[in-house]
Design a protein around this ligand. Structure first.
Ligand code: CIR
Length: 261
């Protein structure tokens, strides 16, 4: 579980600060150079700490959100689901990702209209899927994911007040979910507990972005400062990074890579 060999990433386009989508119209402007530096540091950890081979897609200025590769592509086992991203401006991002997964020899399934899905809504626990029913992911998209990964249970979770399900929760270790303390996050926690098919432990984080971390190959990338202790009880190696500058346009750690077993 959570063993991977490769990570697909995409560069940060210069068009991002001006043109990336954002929930808050008056969000502070992204510092492009800082965002690129943090993105390189993140890729370094994927490569050097997690031992992943990096597959780098060149950024495309026509797609200001293209660094967020998690949304157009969901990979589980040997199958890649190319989604139809929920926002029309992001749909063309699927083209290079489809070419990439085909070249890796994965089985490729393409979502069909009226299905819509952003991978940021897809929480895979290693045993089952929880999927955010959000402004980007609809019931038809969830049904197509269910058919695509039919070996696993799929439980929808309504998401409001945040962009995606993983805007406030993510896997911190096998069977351990990091989750925010906001009201929507806590509602989701209760659905995971009541409707999930397997038991999980939870680690509560005071802010939603802090609850988004990446766990792979027994290494955890997270955004908590060194003085914080919430993840101390996990036995994996922990690598703190600054919370991404990209958070200003609703990006977080999971959204900047797609991991391939
Ligand atoms: C968007 O609104 O689509 C981007 N600005 C942010 C996407 C972040 N994706 C993710 O967390 N999976």
């Amino acid at each position: 579980m959570f063993r991977y060999t490769k990570a697909i990433v995409c560069g940060v386009p210069a068009s991002l600060p001006e043109a990336a989508l954002r929930l808050e119209a008056d969000a502070p402007i992204v510092d492009l150079e800082l965002a690129r530096k943090q993105h390189r540091e993140y890729i370094d950890v994927l490569e050097k700490e997690m031992g992943l081979e990096i597959i780098h897609i060149k950024e495309n200025e026509d797609f200001p959100d293209c660094v967020f590769v998690e949304d157009p592509l969901v990979v589980c086992g040997d199958t890649a689901l190319i989604t139809i991203p929920g926002h029309a401006s992001r749909r063309g991002e699927t083209i290079p990702l489809k070419e990439t997964v085909l070249s890796l020899g994965l089985k490729v399934v393409e979502m069909k209209p009226p299905g819509l899905m952003d991978g940021g809504d897809v929480l895979f626990t290693g045993r089952e899927f929880f999927i955010g029913l959000s402004s980007r992911t609809n019931e038809e998209g969830i049904e197509q994911l269910r058919q695509c990964f039919s070996d696993y249970p799929v439980t929808p979770i309504p998401v409001s007040g945040s962009l995606h399900l993983k805007s406030f929760c993510s896997m911190a270790s096998p069977d351990v979910i990091a989750i925010g303390t906001s009201e929507p996050a806590q509602k989701s926690r209760s659905i995971i507990t009541k409707e999930g098919k397997f038991p999980y432990e939870f680690i509560s984080l005071p802010s939603n972005p802090e609850a988004n971390c990446v766990f792979a190959n027994n290494v955890l990338i997270h955004g908590l400062g060194k003085e914080r202790s919430e993840f101390d009880r996990l036995s994996c190696k922990k690598v703190p990074l600054p919370l991404p500058e990209l958070n200003k346009v609703d990006g977080c750690f999971t959204c900047c890579s797609v991991l391939i077993p």
